[in-house]
Structures are given as C-alpha cells and as structure tokens.
Design a protein around this ligand. Structure first.
Ligand code: 6YU
Length: 498
C-alpha cells in the first residue's frame, strides 16, 4: 500500500477524528486535520453547570448495543456505567423512544394524571411508527409528517373519542401538540411539517436503552485522538476554499485554502463540515462549484436547530422516579408545533425537560429542549432573559410561585458559525438518493481526472444513521476505507503490471 498520499481532513469533529484514526492505523503518515475552532469534538461538547458535568451537544448513545461503534468504543475505553453494559440494557429495543417515566403539567398549573392521557400518547406513538412506513412510495397524499399525523389524529379521534367530553378531547389534542414539539427536538426540525414523509423511514434505530457518558461525551473524542501523532491537528485554522481539479502538471490535484491565506496541497481532502455550514457556504467553499445533483441534495436535506436549556434547582418539583417532564398548553388543541409570534411566545416551543440521572451524581438538574426558529430566537436573548422566561414558565405550570432556578445555561447551535444549526433530518421531497449524493466523492465517476480528490464524511452523509454520533463515526471510517482500498487496489494493479 502506498501510504505517502497527502490527506487533509477538514473538521475535527468525531467523523474527522474517526477518519484520521483509521488512516493513521493503516500506515498513512501524511494525514492532517484542519479545524476552524480551538478544540476537537465539534457537536460533541461537554461543559459544566456548577459542579456538574453536562453535555452542550450530543447527549446519549442512541441504541447502545453490539452493532453500535460508539458503544463498542465507549466500552473499550471504560467510559460507561455498569448498567449500560448489561445484556438486558443492550437487548431493549426502544425504537428511538426510550420508555421514560413522564410527569405532565398543564398551563393551568395542574399536574395531570398520565393514565388519562395514554390514549393520546398511544395514538401519537402509533402514528410515528406508521410515518416510517412510507419509504420508497413517497408520502402521497401527504408530503410531510406533520400533515400526516394531524389528519390521522382527526380521523381516529372522530371514531375513537366520539363519546369523550369536550374538555378531555381538547386536552388530548393539546398533548398531541406537545408530542409534535418533542419530535421537532428529536428530529432537529423547526416543525414536523418540514420533515418529509417519504423519507422519514430512512432513519434506522439500533437496539439498546439510550445511555450517557458519566464523565462526559468528550471522553470518547479524547480516547480516539490519543492514538494520533502530536501535531496532526491544526486548530483555529478555518478553511475558506477547497480548490479541486487543479490542472497544473505534476502538482497536487487539490489545494486547501485557509482563512489566513495559508494553502495546503493535497492528494485527497475529506470534508466533514456540518450540513448547516455547507448550506450556507457551499458556493465559496468549493472551486469549481459542486455538481448540481449534489447541491440539490444539500438543499433538500433539512438541518434545523435543537437547543438545550440546562437548569439546576435546590430541590426537585418533579416525582422521584420522573425521567421526563412535559408541559402541555391547554390553548393548543389545534395540533400545532409552531408559535404564532416568535418574539412574544418563543418559550411555548420548549416541550419540557429531561431529568439528569442519577440524582446522587447531578443533584437536581433538568435539561430543557427547544427546537426550531423559536430556539434560534432564544439564542439571541441575554441568558438572564432566558432564565426569567424559564422561571415564569415553571411557576405557571406547577402553580408554585416560589420555584427559582439556582443556575442556568443554554446552547446556541444555530449561531455557532461552524455548525449553523444542530443536525440533519430528511426534508420534504427527500429520498435515499439525496444521502447517496451527499457521500459521493468528487470528481464523479464520469470524469477523466484524478479520482477521489474530495471525499465527504459527517453525520449528514450516513444513509440511515444521520443526526447521530455513531452515524458520524461510521462515515469517517467509510471514507478512510475508501482511500485505503483505493491505494491497496492501485498498488496491487501496479504490482500486476510490473
Ligand atoms: C447522538 C445524541 N443529541 C444534541 C445536540 C446536537 C447534536 N447529536 P461536527 O459538527 O461534530 O464536526 C465538524 C467540525 O468541522 C467542527 O469541529 C467544526 O468546527 C469544523 N468546521 C466547520 N467548518 C469548518 C471550516 N470551514 N474549516 C475547518 N473546520 C470547520 N447524536 O448520537 N446522540 O444524544 C445527540 C444532539 C444539541 C447539536 C446532537 C446527537 C448529533 C451529534 O452531535 C452529531 O451527529 C455528531 O457529533 C456530528 O459529528 P460530525 O463529525 O459529523 O460533525 C427521520 C428521523 C429521525 C430521527 N432522528 C433523530 C435521531 C436522534 C438524534 N438525536 C440527537 C439528539 C441529541 C439530543
């Protein structure tokens, strides 16, 4: 294998690190990573709230079981709690929605009886499952998940809930609105009306009950990086433009131009920048520009915002066994997941909180979730204003005017200039072909020029695990393997020729 090839990786998120680790292990010694910020990890970002280790980006290992590379690595590095390692934990197939114990509060300051709301929760869960079944036959007559769910709930409520009193029916429909907001957060979308029904089923889940990293998700990045030679990453070095198809004879086919004017010649570049960044900067990031089919897929795929608002309390106002808190607005029986006036009502988009467990480790810390344009607006407000809005919200829903958070912290992924949002979802009109186009290297096959000049990794390029850390890892390995097998086969053909 010819291991002299010069390979530049743009971005030191987990996909870039995974690609570098694989290439270095295969013996490539001219590998470097160029990263815009001063740190590794990208959307894996561990911070502190008081004495607590908290996640600002990725939170869970989704589906921690044998097939999940993140689970494998985390286990190998000794980063998980014993419960996560049990066979029972790995065998639980939760379909992407862990069966967390809920507490449900309403906007009139009542804690609702969860059993009364089961019919709505169950109907919603069924419809989400059905939304996955449209793959490859489009979503006709619906284009998006939001429309599909609304029309089906209307139909089924008319049949099944016809003898139910108006107040209960209205409350159940308000619960559907809350569940739509949950899905906006899960999918990283402004509204479920923006998530394509035809492609919703592309996303695949793995078995295993979602678990966290007690010492922080960044431990995964650090361990994976420990095998890389010192100095392999250049930090605070944003890439401005990838010039490919360079025509000068005997030169390298690609030049990576940095913001400070630095130019790096390469045989291959692996681009791992987030889809949000690509959407915004594709026209200046590539010269010559991307082929149209690739560009159209970048535009069709969705990249929305999902942010966290972490809040610490002196004492809990939720049940001891509670794992998730839902806040149901009683005036939202129209099954809506967007607020009418973002500046005034942005806080209504926050679906509720997940509870950081175990309590012995975290104390009383909640993680609030808010997606969409409302979340992007929240990012522009001073932290104090966010804190005030959250305090008022909790006081209203609990009916307890004395609850006061001790500390608060929020993420701002939309205004992060190197991310421009949170993660990928299939937009309206998307199909499996769009994810294939995302991962296709440049130049495309028909071209006569040097192959594999620009390769693409990152969560948005995984055909079924997009939006996740395990998806990102697999794409880094995939592109490294593409180069490794390219050089194995070209050296073997050289051998055959000689
Ligand atoms: C997961 C989870 N999780 C919450 C929140 C967020 C995300 N994810 P990176 O961005 O990391 O790296 C790119 C680098 O490039 C970066 O360092 C940049 O600085 C750099 N760069 C950019 N421009 C550059 C330039 N010009 N020059 C040089 N460098 C440049 N995933 O598994 N579990 O719990 C969550 C969550 C708030 C923001 C998440 C979660 C997503 C992961 O964080 C993400 O996929 C990977 O970290 C990305 O790694 P990367 O290397 O690709 O990019 C249909 C349907 C489906 C349902 N889907 C839902 C599934 C659930 C998804 N859930 C996510 C949930 C949470 C809560």
């Amino acid at each position: 294998v010819n291991t002299n090839a010069r390979i530049v990786i743009v971005g030191c998120g987990i996909s870039g690190v995974a690609a570098a680790q694989r290439l270095v292990k295969a013996g490539f010694h001219n590998v470097r990573i160029v990263e815009a910020t001063a740190r590794s990890g990208g959307r894996i970002k561990t911070g502190r709230l008081g004495n607590n280790i908290v996640e600002i980006g990725a939170n869970w290992i989704h589906g921690p079981s044998e097939e999940n590379p993140v689970y494998h690595l985390a286990r190998q590095y000794g980063l998980l709690d014993p419960e996560a390692l049990t066979p029972e934990n790995q065998a639980m197939d939760v379909g992407g929605h862990p069966p967390w114990v809920p507490n449900i509060f309403s906007s009139s300051g009542r804690k609702l009886n969860v059993e009364d709301l089961y019919p709505a929760l169950e109907m919603f869960a069924e419809l989400l499952d059905e939304s996955s079944e449209f793959q490859s036959r489009g979503g006709e007559p619906w284009t998006n998940v939001g429309d599909f769910i609304r029309s089906k709930v209307q139909q089924r409520a008319a049949e099944k809930w016809k003898d139910i009193d108006g107040t209960t029916r209205s409350l159940r429909l308000s619960v559907i609105s809350n569940m739509l907001k949950v899905e906006c957060s899960v999918n990283g979308a402004h509204s479920m009306d923006e998530v394509g029904l035809g492609a919703y089923g592309l996303y695949k889940t793995l078995p295993g009950l979602d678990c966290t990293f007690p010492g922080g998700y960044e431990g995964l990045v650090k361990n994976l990086m420990s095998v890389l030679p010192a100095g392999l990453v250049t930090y605070s070095q944003p890439v401005r433009c990838v010039h490919w198809n360079n025509t000068e004879k005997r030169g390298y086919p690609v030049t990576v131009e940095c913001d400070d004017g630095n130019k790096i010649a390469a045989d291959h570049v692996i681009v791992t920048v987030p889809l949000g960044y690509l959407k915004k900067h594709h026209s200046t990031l590539f010269h010559p520009p991307l082929p149209l089919h690739k560009l159209h897929s970048i535009q069709r795929l969705g990249f929305g915002t999902n942010n966290k608002i972490l809040v610490e309390f002196d004492s809990p106002w939720w049940d001891t066994d509670c794992e998730v808190i839902h806040l149901v607005w009683e005036d939202e029986d129209a099954m809506v997941d967007q607020v009418p006036d973002v500046q005034r009502y942005w806080i209504k988009k926050l679906f509720g909180f997940t509870v950081l467990k175990p309590t012995e480790r975290y104390g009383h810390v909640l993680c609030g979730w808010i997606a969409g344009h409302e979340s992007e607006y929240m990012e522009t407000l001073p932290e104090q204003e966010v804190s005030h809005a959250v305090t008022q919200l909790i006081r209203r829903f609990t009916g307890n005017p004395t609850i006061t958070p001790r500390r608060i912290m929020r993420s701002q992924w939309f205004h992060d200039p190197w991310t421009c949002g949170s993660y990928t979802h299939p937009g309206k009109g998307c199909s499996a072909q769009d994810l294939q186009n995302m991962m296709e290297p440049l130049p495309t096959k028909s071209s006569q020029s040097q192959p594999l000049q620009v390769l693409f990794a990152g969560e948005a390029t995984h055909p079924c695990y997009f939006s996740t850390v395990h998806g990102a890892v697999l794409t880094g390995w995939r592109e490294a393997d593409r180069l490794i097998s390219h050089y194995s086969s070209s050296s073997s053909s050289e051998l055959t020729m000689s």
